[in-house]
Design a protein around this ligand. Structure first.
Ligand SMILES: Nc1ncnc2c1ncn2[C@@H]1O[C@H](COP(=O)(O)OP(=O)(O)OP(=O)(O)O)[C@@H](O)[C@H]1O
Ligand SMILES: [Mg+2]
Length: 485
């Protein structure tokens, strides 16, 4: 398509053309109306003058005779700037007057007429007059008229002005339209070029902003925000695949070498059984990692939103506590609940439950307090699962009295596959906190990893549901004691 063709097809140009047509119609209507009104006014005044004149003359004729009328007309003709007069016989023979030529038949139409005429003593072309023809007694015809050349000229001037203004309107409008279209097209072309670059190059490019804060800038800003989000997701995806490649290779290699070793060195059925059990154990841990990664991916993609419901934070806390009570008991830890009832969250109950379970699992795994100098554990190794309201947010926290996490590691542990040095001896794949953080982000909340002085407190901060239903239970803090109580 040629550059001009492209210009004509722009929305800006089409809008200008429509606007131009409407303006031209508007201007035409206004000027036409003004011209018509001016002509009407002049014609009315002329008709009044002619009528008064003719009535005066007719009265003279009624009062006297034809000679008196002829004299009166002659007197008027002699005055400078005289109007037009013609008195004829019933046969149309001129008796007196200052008109030498009239179109045929004009005198036979009594009343007001607009006609061409030629004044006596003038050789110039015909003029135009508004005249009244009056039939007198005795068959005489009297014409009194007024030259309307002035009014005709005015009408022509107005028509000319109308035509000129319309032409200028079209010229200026077309130039303006092309200019506006070119400006818009120029910016759209720049955006298009950049977009092409992003398609062929990479997601690091961004669309150019003109800094005018108009609708195009707003569109570009939103598209750039969309690109930011896509880049972020792509980086996340790349990280996950890198992590999977890196972290799953070791257990898979281990799995393979165990099976291979069994094949070469196992001799008895018991040897084979032992090897198979190891393989199953290894496979289970791989399945767990896959499940955790899948859940994180689901949370980050926002697919947990399919099952978004209103639910009570306390009920989730109770469920998780019930699940972990036996384990806490085994480890000699006291699991306490400190929940406020009636705190309603809106979100995925399954994902919030899983995130909370991960935090409790960590507290049980890593939250054991260090032994005293005499080698004994403090008599109660406690862990508290609490829910409370903080403004528009609901906080669900798990606090333990273990060694905690050094300040500089508190952000890092929320990344996938990060495990701290001193916990490597314990089973785990470094995905628990990453999932909890992803769930918090999915719900527009955050995960806080803080010092419990001593120990660690990890808190899921989630926005409360928009409308909290009236409390079913009295709004007081309930304290429940877990298995070890
Ligand atoms: N309560 C805690 N006290 C001390 N350190 C902790 C605590 N919770 C987590 N950590 C540290 O943070 C690391 C990451 O925790 P995360 O839950 O993400 O992974 P994991 O527990 O190692 O494995 P997974 O949860 O996938 O089985 C842990 O390896 C541990 O070093
Ligand atoms: Mg964990």
């Amino acid at each position: 398509m040629t550059a001009l063709g492209k210009l004509f097809r722009t929305t800006a140009f089409k809008i200008t053309v429509v606007y131009l047509c409407l303006s031209a119609i508007g201007a035409g209507l206004v000027l036409g109306r003004v011209g018509w009104n001016v002509k009407q006014l002049i014609d009315d005044q002329t008709a009044q003058t002619v009528n008064a004149d003719i009535t005066g003359l007719a009265e003279q004729y009624e009062a006297g005779n034809i000679n008196q009328l002829v004299q009166a007309i002659q007197r008027r003709i002699r005055q400078p700037g005289a109007d037009l007069y013609l008195l004829t016989t019933h046969a149309g023979e001129p008796i007196v007057g200052n008109i030498v030529s009239l179109p045929p038949g004009v005198l036979n139409r009594p009343g007001l007429v607009e006609t061409d005429y030629q004044r006596s003593g003038e050789t110039a072309a015909k003029h135009r007059a508004l005249a009244r023809i009056f039939a007198l007694q005795g068959g005489f015809r009297l014409l009194v008229g007024h030259d309307i050349e002035e009014s005709e000229r005015l009408r022509h001037i107005l028509a000319g002005a109308l035509a000129t203004s319309l032409i200028w309107l079209v010229i200026i409008g077309t130039i303006g339209g092309l200019w506006a279209a070119r400006r818009v097209l120029h910016r759209v072309d720049k955006i298009n070029d950049q977009a092409q670059g992003i398609v062929t190059g990479g997601l690091s490019g961004r669309l150019p902003l003109a800094g005018t804060d108009d609708e195009l800038d707003r569109l570009v800003r939103n598209l750039n925000a969309m690109l930011d989000r896509i880049s972020l997701l792509m980086v996340g995806l790349k990280e996950v695949s890198d992590n999977i490649a890196h972290d799953l290779r070791t257990p898979l290699t281990r799995l393979r070498s165990q099976a291979e070793q069994a094949l070469h060195s196992a001799k008895t059925v018991d040897d084979y059984r032992a090897a198979l059990e190891k393989v199953i154990e290894e496979s289970d841990s791989l399945i767990r990692v896959f499940n955790a990664l899948l859940m994180i991916a689901r949370a980050e993609a926002g697919s947990g939103f399919d099952g978004m419901v209103d639910f009570d934070a306390a009920s989730v806390a109770h469920d998780v506590a019930d699940l972990y009570e036996p384990l806490a008991e085994d480890r000699g830890m006291e699991l306490s609940l400190d929940v406020e009832p009636g705190l309603v969250l809106h979100g995925s109950r399954e994902l919030v439950g899983q995130a909370l379970a991960n935090l409790v699992d960590n507290a049980l795994k890593y939250g054991m307090p260090a032994a005293n100098d005499d080698g004994k554990l403090p008599h109660v190794a406690s862990l508290i699962l609490a829910t409370k309201r903080q403004g528009d947010f609901i906080e669900i926290s798990v606090a333990d009295r273990g060694p905690g996490i050094a300040h500089e590691d508190r952000m890092r542990v929320q990344d996938r596959f990060v495990r701290l040095e001193n916990s490597r001896s314990l089973p785990g794949s470094g995905l628990g906190l990453a999932l909890a953080a992803a769930v918090a982000r999915l719900h527009n909340g955050k995960l806080l990893v803080e010092d419990n002085e001593p120990g660690l407190r990890v808190t899921l901060v989630l926005p409360a549901a928009a409308r909290t239903p009236p409390l079913l239970a009295p709004a007081m803090t309930t304290k429940e004691t877990g298995a070890a109580a």
